[in-house]
Ligand binder design. Structure first.
Ligand SMILES: [Zn+2]
Ligand SMILES: [Zn+2]
Length: 342
């Protein structure tokens, strides 16, 4: 007997979908799979609005398949679990980030780096198969990719940790920009940048926010606790800061030059790019090789989610609402606890 899409995905759902690249979302009836043995189904209560959602809705990355239901900072309450689910139970709060599947057997999956798995499955617009995101009434996912939500972490303001949070936290840890006393720059103060400043301050790091807009200074310093502020268009300010930073986390997704940022690094400094501009960066070799500086793209391992959560809570600004950016997160072993010490 052949199976039809309705047989494979028989559970009715409603959501908001983009039908084309116009940027307009409208209600849609669709369906999700039945709850399998390893699956967790939950009612969606909140879903962050990520910059990737906006890029995807408008087909900025030329890979959107319509209808497209965005959303990968999804939190809610469990309504059904499969017979083999041990991680959570009905009534628990849970979350889903940017991935809902991987091969679970390759070298990368074996070390909890599913975001690097060649068979990873994104939460929406997966490409390899049809997936729909969290702008919907309910969600179903394998328990491996389900986050057990801490009781004392608010669902609404905590949701951006599922993408924006881990996108900046993971590279901080991976690239060693996490040592008290270091000086780290954060480029851009919108979503990702907000969270990056909070994490860095919680880690005891001196933070300089770098922005093209002087209007962000007050917010950066008074509201988010940054130590200093640089206007990237101010030649004198930028020259005064040359060679002062151990690392920079660049969160900007608009096209912008990065050579001036490289000059701010100390020898062996690291520039980590977590924004995704539509045009390629121009990176001449000389500024990099002259002082052993390096650029890297984000490293987003979700098995660090638990320590991320504790540091986020350690900073006292947890109720700031965030509208954020960015993707490709492994959801391995996301059992969040809130009392882990780094
Ligand atoms: Zn794999
Ligand atoms: Zn995202």
């Amino acid at each position: 007997m052949t199976s039809s899409p309705d047989m494979e995905h028989p559970v009715k759902a409603v959501g908001y979908a983009a039908r084309d690249a116009s940027g307009v979302l409208s209600p849609i009836n669709f369906s999700r799979r039945e709850t399998g043995d390893e699956d967790v189904r939950f009612k969606v209560l909140y879903c962050g609005v990520c910059h990737s959602d906006l890029h995807s809705v408008k087909n900025d990355w030329l890979n959107s398949k319509y209808p497209l239901i965005p959303g990968h900072e999804i939190v809610g309450v469990v309504t059904e679990v499969g017979s083999k689910v041990k991680k959570v139970k009905i009534g628990d709060n849970v979350g889903v980030g940017c991935l809902v599947g991987s091969c679970r057997s390759c070298d990368q999956c074996a070390i909890d780096q599913e975001q690097l798995c060649p068979k990873l499955v994104f939460t929406y617009n997966a490409g390899t198969e049809v997936t729909y995101g969290g702008y919907s009434d309910h969600m179903v996912a394998n328990q491996h990719f389900i986050v057990a939500w801490p009781k004392d972490l608010p669902l609404d303001s905590g949701a951006p940790l599922l993408c924006a949070g881990i996108t900046v936290y993971s590279p901080m840890r991976y690239y060693g920009l996490d040592k008290p006393g270091m000086h780290v720059g954060v480029v851009g103060l919108g979503g990702l940048g907000h969270v990056a400043v909070m994490f860095l301050k919680a880690l005891g790091i001196k933070v300089t926010v770098i922005s093209s807009s002087p209007k962000k200074k007050e917010e950066a310093i008074s509201k988010f606790g940054a130590d200093s502020f640089l206007v990237s268009r101010d030649q004198a300010e930028m020259e005064a800061a040359v060679g002062t930073m151990d690392g920079i986390i660049d969160t900007v997704s608009a096209d912008h030059p990065i050579v001036p940022l490289i000059s701010l690094l100390k020898p062996n400094g690291k520039l980590v790019l977590v924004g995704v501009p539509t045009k390629p960066h121009e990176v001449p070799a000389f500024p990099l090789l002259a002082a052993h500086k390096r650029t890297a793209h984000k490293h987003t391992s979700f098995n660090q989610f638990q320590t991320q959560t504790s540091k986020y809570k350690a900073h006292k600004r947890t109720n700031i609402s965030l509208i954020c950016a960015h993707e490709q997160v492994s959801t391995t072993n996301i059992q969040i606890t809130t009392n882990i010490q780094i």
